[in-house]
Design a protein around this ligand. Structure first.
Ligand SMILES: Nc1nc2c(ncn2[C@@H]2O[C@H](COP(=O)(O)OP(=O)(O)OP(=O)(O)O)[C@@H](O)[C@H]2O)c(=O)[nH]1
Ligand SMILES: [Mg+2]
Length: 287
């Protein structure tokens, strides 16, 4: 497929009974949503599994992973999705490695934060010390949350939470005691950061556990117009029907708002939204 807007334009002209002038107006406005490239910042301490998480959710080996020492030094800007038109993923270096680096990272985070649509803050499930995370969160990130920036804490590597031998490989789930400890850890982290429990999502990037819930939460939090483009970049097995419906409705709501402002006759506007929905099902395979 060529670029999405080109395809959208062609398909809309083919399917539509609307006049050419109106179609041009619709294309201009709806293309704005399609073209928008959400920027996701993936933050957290070194070794928390930021790069692993990006790969697990977005499906390609987009980020380097290291078993030994701090791996991601420079922010890696990885453009994902359909021919560069998907989301922009910033896998940034982790905090808490040493004081000199943390100072550099403070400056980096400060520059990056204003342009982000979503922050994923990755914490290692079996980590006990959150002071550097907490400091960075409270001083740098929280003011943006107060302005409405969607923020999710990803409690990663929960397969390592004790008793880790309980992890049930056959169903890819924690054992009963382990699940209770995971839930306890989740509450503890939510308390420390002063966030609702629904903003702390337990996952295991390596075991592919909890990714669907994480994506569901992300899609819920994003503004209407940005949901579909982000969901499009997510691996198919991490997309639930809930997330699809949410993203689809968000996009169509946004289209309805646009179309009712340019098409004065309500039934005609409604019919046009239906046509757009058909066209989008050809652009987004999951639609
Ligand atoms: N058991 C387990 N190991 C994980 C998981 N996620 C990541 N790891 C491992 O943790 C180590 C660090 O992962 P990375 O993804 O490189 O961590 P990072 O946060 O990107 O680290 P920096 O790039 O240094 O900031 C690697 O050995 C991963 O395989 C997980 O869910 N479970
Ligand atoms: Mg990394």
């Amino acid at each position: 497929m060529g670029n999405r807007e080109g395809f959208f334009e062609e398909a809309l002209r083919k399917e539509s009974t609307l006049n050419a002038g109106l179609i041009s107006k619709i294309i201009q406005r709806v293309s704005g949503i399609l073209e928008y490239q959400p920027v996701v910042g993936v933050f957290g301490k070194t070794g928390a599994g930021k790069s692993s998480l990006c790969n697990a959710v977005f499906g390609q080996d987009v980020c380097k992973i290291s078993d030994i020492s701090g791996c991601t030094r420079q922010p890696q800007e990885v453009i994902l999705g359909l021919e560069g038109k998907g989301i922009k993923l910033l896998d940034v270096p982790g905090v808490g490695e040493n004081q000199q680096r943390d100072k550099e990272y403070t400056d980096l985070y400060r520059t990056l934060l204003p342009e982000l649509d979503l922050v994923l803050w990755v914490i290692k499930g079996d980590d006990r010390a959150f002071s550097s995370d907490e400091m960075f969160y409270k001083n740098l990130v929280k003011p943006y949350l107060d302005k409405g920036l969607p923020f999710v804490i990803v409690l990663n590597q929960v397969d390592k939470i004790e008793p880790f031998r309980e992890w049930d490989e056959s169903v890819n789930q924690p054992g009963a005691k382990q699940a209770a400890n995971i839930e306890q850890k989740r509450k503890h982290v939510a308390d420390i950061f002063g966030l609702p429990l629904s903003c702390v999502i337990p996952v295991s990037a390596n075991e592919r556990y909890g990714l669907v819930s994480l994506v569901d939460r992300i899609i819920e939090m994003l503004p209407k117009a940005k949901k579909a483009v982000l969901l499009d970049a997510v691996r198919d097995d991490a997309r639930s029907s809930h997330a699809k419906t949410e993203a689809k409705n968000g996009f169509l709501d946004q289209c309805t708002e646009i179309l009712t402002s340019i098409i004065p006759i309500a039934p005609l506007a409604k019919a046009a939204v239906k046509i757009i929905s058909n066209v989008l099902s050809k652009i987004f395979s999951w639609w």
